[in-house]
Design a binder for this molecule. Structure first.
Ligand code: NAP
Length: 334
């Protein structure tokens, strides 16, 4: 498994990381019920494949994702790089400290390797928040300060606090390329690695859905799909035809070169400039094993350019807004 360094932190992560949002989930949660033995199996399968990076958040299933990851990693903590995330509304210094301690407790560990601010901070002074994170790092509670969903303006403000920021975790896939326009170059100029999430677009880029109707409604909330059908909330017309054209053409390319489509989708993301580790959620051992093969796949410049050309019209239609759930003035990423 290929390893890459997180910004200037010296932390080495596998080029494929495991998204643990579904861990600890119940019937009412976004990803539905996930049993602890499935989380244990996903973690064991990942470690067997050389994957060392596991991503969670205090917000995922009200802390139960952190708990489930902590249990699954029991006795193997030193083999893993753990990232968790503080909610932006919890960024007031005393609250931030309390929440960091609570995450450590749920994870059953003394330190978190990578600590992200989950979304841009809007309700608290940014300088105070990043100074607190820098103090937590000096105390050894966290090893690296990182952000998620921060746009050009927000990342620039965060950098002005003087904190060392190592990663920006962002929505990025063949059909969500807005970050390429301005944000990836800014990250690269500042030695900040990009960690893509939704690299498989919640299953769409595995090729398992051939029409929009086949996609579960809660996976149709992004600006690719009509905004007037709940639970979508962006209010834009969407780009369903263009989206399905890319997906169905990608399936043909995958068949032509003889690789599963999920492998092609992940390998494309791994090969793009500025990328540190590509996150993907997985239900079971089989999905992990297939996804791990993406790290071994040769992505030629010709194939990369062919896929870029295929998805460029969709990028142009959806535009440079990096928030794929909220449009125009309500975009949370500036
Ligand atoms: N920072 C943020 O704001 C943010 C936001 C979202 C996610 N994330 C992170 O990113 C992680 C990934 O979540 P995501 O929402 O981006 O989902 P995703 O990784 O795009 O999709 C995960 C789903 O893809 C399907 N899948 C994965 N591998 C497969 C394979 N080989 N064959 C067929 N299907 C496969 C599974 O769907 P089925 O359930 O249908 O089997 C799985 O549940 C999260 O766990 C979280 O850590 C971060």
């Amino acid at each position: 498994m290929q390893m890459r360094t997180c910004g200037r932190s010296g932390i080495e992560v596998s080029v494929l990381g495991i998204g643990c949002w579904s861990f600890g989930g119940s019937e009412q949660d976004y990803w539905g019920k996930q049993e602890q033995y499935d989380a244990n199996d996903v973690v064991a399968a990942a470690l067997d494949c050389g994957i060392n990076y596991f991503d969670t958040a205090e917000a995922y299933n009200d802390g139960r994702s952190e708990e489930a990851l902590g249990i699954a990693l029991k006795g193997r903590r030193e083999h893993a790089v753990i990232s968790t995330k503080i909610g932006p509304d919890n960024a007031e210094p005393a609250v931030l400290r309390e929440h960091c301690e609570a995450s450590l407790k749920r994870l059953g560990t003394d330190y978190v390797d990578i600590y992200y601010v989950h979304w841009p901070i809007t309700k608290h002074p940014i300088k105070d928040a990043f100074d607190t994170l820098t103090a937590l790092k000096a105390e050894g509670k966290i090893r690296s300060i990182c952000v998620s969903n921060f746009g050009v303006e927000q990342l620039t403000e965060a950098l002005q606090t003087g904190a060392q920021i190592d990663l920006n975790q962002l929505a990025y896939s063949i059909i969500t390329r807005a970050i390429e326009v301005e944000l990836v170059p800014l990250c690269m100029d500042n030695q900040i690695g990009v960690v893509p999430y939704m690299a498989l677009m919640q299953g769409l880029l595995t090729g398992k859905y051939r029409t929009v109707d086949q996609i579960p409604p809660n996976r149709r909330r992004t600006r690719h799909f009509r905004g007037d059908v709940p639970p979508a909330r962006h209010g834009e017309p969407g780009a369903e035809e263009e989206t399905m054209h890319v997906v169905n053409s990608l399936r043909e390319i995958a068949q032509e070169i003889g690789v599963p489509m999920e492998r092609l989708s992940l390998s494309w993301a791994m090969a793009k400039p500025g990328i540190t580790s590509v996150l993907v959620g997985a239900r079971n051992r089989e999905q992990i094993q297939s996804n791990a093969e993406a790290a071994e796949m040769e992505m030629t410049p010709e194939l990369l350019a062919r896929i870029d050309d295929l998805s460029r019209p969709l990028l142009e239609k959806l535009g440079a807004n990096c928030d794929y759930w909220q449009g125009g003035e309500s975009s949370r990423t500036r």
